[in-house]
Design a protein. Structure first.
Length: 98
């Protein structure tokens, strides 16, 4: 019957192999940290660019909506483009005799 202890460490049979395992493990952890940092920076840049695009679009939309009628402007404000307001009176009324 084999007895297992709670200590799960690598066997200490070959010291050179132990040193290589430690070096490779440290390099793997270091590479994971560096790649994780760059991934974080890239994702952060993408989120920043997307947020600026959405913010610019919302600003542009609000700017366009300000000039349109019916968005809270008072009556008597400037009429919308293409509308000519005015009064007229008939100067001469010509009736045709038949």
């Amino acid at each position: 019957m084999k007895h297992f202890s709670g200590n799960n460490s690598f066997p200490a049979g070959n010291p050179i192999a132990n040193i290589l395992v430690i070096i490779v493990g440290a390099l793997a952890i270091g590479a994971s940290i560096v790649l994780g940092f760059f991934a974080f920076v890239i994702v952060g840049c993408i989120v920043l660019i997307m947020a600026s695009i959405v913010g610019l679009r919302v600003w542009w939309f609000r700017r366009q909506m300000k000039g349109q009628p019916g968005t809270g402007q008072k009556k008597g404000a400037n009429p919308p483009a293409g509308v000519i307001e005015g009064e007229y009176r008939v100067v001469a009324d010509e009736e045709k005799d038949e």
